[in-house]
Design a protein. Structure first.
Length: 73
């Protein structure tokens, strides 16, 4: 009996009209969630960019130090 209920629910969800209605119902919720987390997404993008720049600067410093060491030896 439990499997038949699950199967009936899956059959209902496979219909296009039900899928479209569910999209219409959940669209405002998804939009609200995205609107609320948007500042955090921007902060994370800025932090990732800053970390990339810092790693690039460290790499350049290491390469410069390696060249200075080879000139001394």
């Amino acid at each position: 009996m439990k499997e038949t209920i699950v199967q009936q629910c899956m059959d209902i969800l496979k219909r296009d009209d039900v899928r479209n209605e569910l999209k219409l119902v959940f669209r405002p919720i998804v939009d609200f969630i995205l609107y609320e987390i948007q500042p955090y997404i921007y902060v994370m993008m800025i932090l990732v960019f800053l970390i990339f720049v810092m790693i690039l600067a460290i790499l350049l410093i290491l390469l410069r130090n390696k060249q200075l060491l080879t000139k001394i030896i």
